[in-house]
Design a protein around this ligand. Structure first.
Ligand code: BGC
Length: 449
């Protein structure tokens, strides 16, 4: 599909940005007073990361933030989304703050403002201080207290300069991968970890919103949800039921409590256990917060079939690769029409006022040759997804921003440095940056009138 749209079709006020995250970009994992995060320890011990990669240096944003922000500007973006490493500003998670860590984010924010970039700050992008993980991490009910302290420090420090706040990055991502399946830090598994983690994250999400609202004047507050359209493999009753169960977990589990609806019901016994946590009405109330915007993060659709062998959910994915469906090098199905449908679906919830696509992007095996990365597939991907988003917008969905994942190639969690999502190629040995064709495509797109 060739793009038949212009940047002006999205309106003058539309926020175009790039998104990054502390663990994935900063490096400098143990200097200037920073405490360890769960990713620092998990990457060392777990043996679960491709190439035994560690986020210790990543793309060295900590030392190169000025150059990287110039690149954001040069490509024509208005918004820079980044996260605050909790253990950089509170090395033990609670207790004493670390002056140098706090100063670092002041420098990043000041640099953004000087360049005319709008900082969007994510409070939590998956890097719990290891000191708190020792005390149970997200499974501990003390989490609410710990997270409140972190949010308060951030709001008081940066609230005069930063007005746009994202409380959590994809709570479903870190609770399921980190506390259910053990594929991400801290590597815990099982429902007895997953359920309390979900519940504490749902509470922290709303509480964080309240804290920012109380401290920061004129704040624009959101949180982000991963979403994937779940498509039944066949129209059989069993496949449809399997798709519904998956949908409850992947798409409804966090947004519904945030809107005051409590946890989703559905024909899914698993949820009964979670509802036990929610018996007292006060939880339904406390998991609710009146967010100014909802961040939608979409990377793929999932085709799902009934599978009795898979415990609890009795469902499994029928991979895009095996169905010969278009996919990225991550194996993720490329399906812009499903993105369009998810935007419409999330916008249809009562209480969703505004949507920002706070992440979208793709990994393809880029080749750097003679100083050039010709990533035509990624350009096509963006064209298709932007077209789909424009259609939803023109049909009345209140979308007012889109942030590309991501600026530079970086540490891609369990994939290590293999999966490159950046608009800018990074040579991880030399830290040399090379703008990919997709980066130039964005620059041209954003500068067209
Ligand atoms: C996360 C990012 C991650 C991206 C690609 C999102 O779920 O927020 O941190 O790099 O997906 O996997």
């Amino acid at each position: 599909m060739n793009s038949v749209f212009n940047v002006s079709d999205f309106g003058k006020k539309f926020l175009w940005g790039v998104a990054t995250a502390a663990v994935q970009n900063e490096g400098a994992y143990n200097i200037d007073g920073k405490g360890l995060s769960v990713w620092d320890t998990f990457s060392k011990r777990s043996g679960k990361i491709i190439g035994a990669a560690k986020p210790y240096e990543a793309c060295d944003f900590y030392h190169r933030y000025k150059d990287d922000l110039l690149l954001v500007k040069a490509l024509g973006f208005k918004v820079f989304r980044f996260s605050i490493a909790w253990s950089r500003i509170l090395p033990e998670g609670i207790g004493k703050t670390n002056k140098e860590g706090i100063a670092f984010y002041h420098k990043v924010i000041d640099e953004c403002l000087q360049l005319g970039l709008i900082p969007f700050v994510t409070l939590y992008h998956w890097d719990l201080p290891q000191a708190l993980e020792k005390e149970g991490g997200w499974t501990s009910h003390s989490m609410l207290r710990w997270f409140s302290r972190f949010a308060t420090v951030c709001a008081e420090e940066y609230g005069d300069k930063v007005k746009n706040w994202i409380i959590l990055n994809e709570p479903m991502g870190f609770t399921s991968l980190g506390y259910g399946l053990g594929k991400h830090a801290p590597g815990k598994t099982g429902l007895n970890n997953f359920f309390p983690a979900v519940h504490n994250a749902a509470l922290a999400q709303a509480e964080g919103g309240r804290i920012i609202r109380n401290i920061v004047e004129h704040a624009n507050i959101g949180t982000t949800f991963s979403c994937s359209e779940i498509i039944p493999f066949t129209q059989s009753e069993k496949d449809i039921a399997a798709a519904n169960r998956m949908d409850i977990l992947l798409n409804r589990l966090f947004i519904e409590p945030s809107l005051g609806m409590g946890y989703p019901y559905g024909n899914f016994q698993l949820m009964d256990k979670l509802h036990l946590y929610n018996k007292a009405w006060k939880y339904t109330e406390r998991m609710k917060f009146d967010f100014d915007f909802v961040g939608i993060q979409n990377y793929f659709s999932l085709t799902v079939k009934h599978n009795p062998i898979i415990p609890i959910i009795n469902a499994s994915e029928v991979k895009a690769v095996t169905r010969n469906a278009p996919h990225t090098d991550m194996g993720w199905e490329i399906n812009a029409a499903s993105f369009y449908r998810m935007l419409k679906r999330f916008a249809a919830y009562d209480g969703v006022k505004k949507i920002i696509v706070s992440e979208n992007g793709a990994y393809f095996k880029d080749i750097l040759q003679n100083g050039v990365v010709n990533d035509a597939q990624r350009i096509q991907y963006f064209q298709d997804y932007l077209q789909a988003m424009l259609q939803a917008k023109q049909e009345g969905v209140n979308i007012n921003g889109y942030f590309v994942w991501t600026l530079t190639d970086n540490f891609e969690w369990a994939e290590g440095y293999r999966a490159r999502f950046g608009l800018i190629h990074v040579d991880f040995k030399t830290q040399l940056r090379t703008i990919k064709s997709s980066g130039y495509w964005w620059r041209n797109f954003l500068n067209r009138k």
